[in-house]
Ligand binder design. Structure first.
Ligand code: C2O
Length: 337
C-alpha cells in the first residue's frame, strides 16, 4: 500500500532528531490539489546565466518571503521547515505510530522534492505578482556551473546565507566526489566531476530503482536505499556547501537546516532536471508504474496558504505542473569513465 500524507495534528513538535519544532501551522481543511494551467510556462534557467532583471525579481521575491510572519506557511522559515518536517522525524506514518516518515533514501526522493519546489516557486511568483516566475537551477553538471553560483554570494542580498563553507566560495571548483580529496588542478577537478556525472546518470543508473531509489511502502522502514543521483552528487554537494565549523554542517549539510539556504532550491532544481534528463537518455529509463509509488501522497501549503494533498502520479511531467527547463548542453554524456 502507498504511504499516506502525514496527519498534521500529530506532528511532533519536539520529536525531531535535531530537537527543532518543524511542524507547519495547522489547518483542518485539506483540498485535493488540482493544478490549473495559466498558459504560461515557468522556464527554469541556469543560475550562472540569469540577467539583472531576473535577479532583481528573484531577490525581491525571497525578500518578501522572508518578511512574511513566521506563522504564515508561505514564510521562508516555514518553507525551510517543510523539509525539516519530512525528513527529521516530525511525522510518523499514518496508521503506524512510532514509525518515522522519511522522504530521503527511497523512491520518494525525486517526487517529494519536485512537489516541494513547485509550491515554493508558485509562492515566490505570487509574492511578486508574476505567475511565470521560475526558480533558477544550479547547473553543476556543466563546467561553467561548477562553482557556487555568484548570485547567492552577496551578503546584502536575500539570497545569501552566512552558514556556508568559507573555503568553497567562488571561484573554488565544486568537488562532487568528496572522498577523493582535492584534485591537483581546476581542470582535473572538472574532469572528475564530469566522470562522476556519467557514472551516476548512466553506468550506475541502468534500472529505475538504481537511479531513483528503492520501494518504500506503508509500514515499511525508513531509508530502504537511495538511488545513484541522491547519493552523489546530490548529497555530496549538500555537504560541500554547508559550513564545516557548525555542529552538523549547517545549513546545507543537514536535513533540518538545508532549506534555510536559498541555494537549496536551485540545487534541487538541478537534481529535478536530472530526473528529466535521465528519462530522455534511454528508452529503458522510465518512471515506476507501481501503484504504491503513484498513489503516495504529501501535504503542502499552496501560494494562497491552502493546505493541499498531492500524489506522486500528479508530478511526473513538469509541463503538467507548469514548468520546464531551458535546454542546455549535457557535457558529461561523452565522459564514459
Ligand atoms: Cu531533501 Cu537535498 O535533500
Amino acid at each position: 500500500l502507498p504511504i499516506q500524507a502525514p496527519n498534521l495534528s500529530e506532528c511532533q513538535t519536539s520529536g525531531t532528531s535535531s530537537g527543532n519544532n518543524c511542524c507547519p501551522p495547522y489547518s483542518a481543511t485539506i483540498l485535493d490539489y488540482k493544478f490549473t494551467p495559466t498558459g504560461k510556462l515557468r522556464v527554469r534557467r541556469p543560475a550562472h546565466k540569469v540577467d539583472e532583471a531576473y535577479l532583481a525579481k528573484y531577490k525581491k521575491a525571497v525578500e518578501l518571503m522572508r518578511a512574511l510572519p513566521a506563522d504564515d506557511p508561505r514564510s521562508f522559515v516555514q518553507q525551510a521547515n517543510v523539509h525539516c518536517a519530512y525528513c527529521d522525524g516530525a511525522y510518523d506514518q499514518v496508521g503506524f505510530p512510532g514509525l518515522e516518515l522519511q522522504v530521503h533514501e527511497s523512491w520518494l526522493f525525486f517526487p517529494f522534492h519536485r512537489l516541494y519546489l513547485h509550491f515554493h516557486e508558485r509562492i515566490l511568483g505570487k509574492l511578486i505578482g508574476d505567475d511565470s516566475f521560475a526558480l533558477p537551477f544550479w547547473n553543476w553538471d556543466a563546467p561553467d556551473g561548477m562553482i557556487l553560483p555568484r548570485i547567492y554570494t552577496d551578503p546584502s542580498s536575500s539570497l545569501y546565507d552566512p552558514l556556508r563553507n568559507p573555503a568553497h566560495q567562488p571561484p573554488e571548483v565544486l568537488d562532487m566526489d568528496l572522498d577523493d580529496g582535492d584534485a591537483p588542478t581546476r581542470q582535473k577537478q572538472i574532469e572528475r566531476n564530469l566522470s562522476l556525472m556519467y557514472r551516476q546518470m548512466v553506468s550506475n543508473a541502468k534500472t529505475t530503482p538504481l537511479f531513483m531509489g528503492l520501494p518504500y511502502r506503508a509500514g515499511g522502514n525508513l531509508k530502504p536505499g537511495a538511488g545513484s543521483m541522491e547519493n552523489s552528487p546530490h548529497s555530496s554537494i549538500h555537504i560541500w556547501v554547508g559550513d564545516p565549523s557548525q555542529p552538523d554542517g549547517e545549513d546545507m549539510g543537514t536535513f533540518y537546516a538545508a532549506g534555510r539556504d536559498p541555494i537549496f532550491y536551485a540545487h534541487h532544481a538541478n537534481v529535478d532536471r536530472m530526473w528529466q534528463v535521465w528519462k530522455k537518455l534511454s528508452p529503458r529509463n522510465v518512471d515506476f508504474t507501481d501503484r504504491d509509488w503513484l498513489d503516495t501522497s504529501f501535504l503542502f501549503y499552496d501560494e494562497d496558504a491552502r493546505l493541499v494533498r498531492v500524489k506522486v502520479r500528479d508530478c511526473l511531467e513538469p509541463e503538467k505542473l507548469g514548468f520546464t527547463y531551458q535546454e542546455v548542453d549535457i557535457p558529461w554524456i561523452k565522459k564514459r569513465a
